[in-house]
Design a binder for this molecule. Structure first.
Ligand SMILES: [Zn+2]
Length: 206
């Protein structure tokens, strides 16, 4: 299992059953604009997962993908579908900012497990436990997440690579994206819902 020494102190994370959202503490961490996701945001993603994201793709609707291997066409469609669902519910809440597929960068990481405790197909990423340490999700210094936010300003998040169950990809995309839509449209609601360790989960927007 990988170590999290670097990240432990600089991240707080928010957990629900399908998602952990991580947010760097320092605002300058997110200073890069979206045109430079190859810089700090890429390094942040590499630090979180320990992976190298050597493949690039663009979904049919324009979301940017950085992945550990060539992404399945089904994965790209599932990502688009999750974002489409997200933007539809965002419009119902009168949120307009960052509601285009091209606003988003999604990292597809190598899963640290592919089965949950019940034996179900559940590709997840292990991340440092932070405030979940000692809690019910703690696996010994880390927790498993279907997805996590990588950068707020540039709208980047990470999911685990899937080979089946594409609807789970769409759900993870929609749920991670909720934090980013809220950050850019409703900061108070973002703050109130970012940390699932205090309760709450997804979907946030109805
Ligand atoms: Zn979440």
């Amino acid at each position: 299992m990988k170590t999290f020494v670097k990240n432990r102190s600089s991240f707080s994370i928010a957990l629900c059953f399908v998602c952990v959202a991580t947010f760097a503490a320092a605002p300058e961490f997110f200073a890069q604009r979206r045109t430079n996701a190859g810089g700090r945001v890429l390094r942040a993603a590499e630090n979180i997962s320990g992976d190298r994201f050597e493949y690039q793709a663009v979904t049919p609707r324009g979301a940017r993908i950085l992945s550990v291997s060539r992404p399945h066409a089904e994965t790209l469609r599932a990502i688009d579908e999750g974002l489409t669902q997200l933007f539809a519910v965002a419009r119902k809440n009168n949120y307009r900012s960052r509601t285009n597929h091209s606003d988003y960068t999604i990292f597809i990481a190598r899963p640290d497990r592919t089965q949950n405790r019940q034996g179900g197909y559940s590709p997840d990423i292990a991340v440092g436990a932070a405030q979940y340490a000692g809690g019910r999700y703690d696996q010994g210094g880390y927790v498993y997440a279907a997805g996590m936010v990588v950068a707020l300003e540039t709208c980047a998040f990470m999911i685990a690579e899937h080979n089946q169950n594409w609807s789970r990809v769409s759900d993870a995309v929609r749920f991670e994206g909720e934090h980013l839509v809220l950050y850019h449209n409703d900061p108070a609601r973002f703050q109130a819902t970012r940390d699932h360790s205090r309760g709450g989960g997804h979907p946030i927007m109805k």
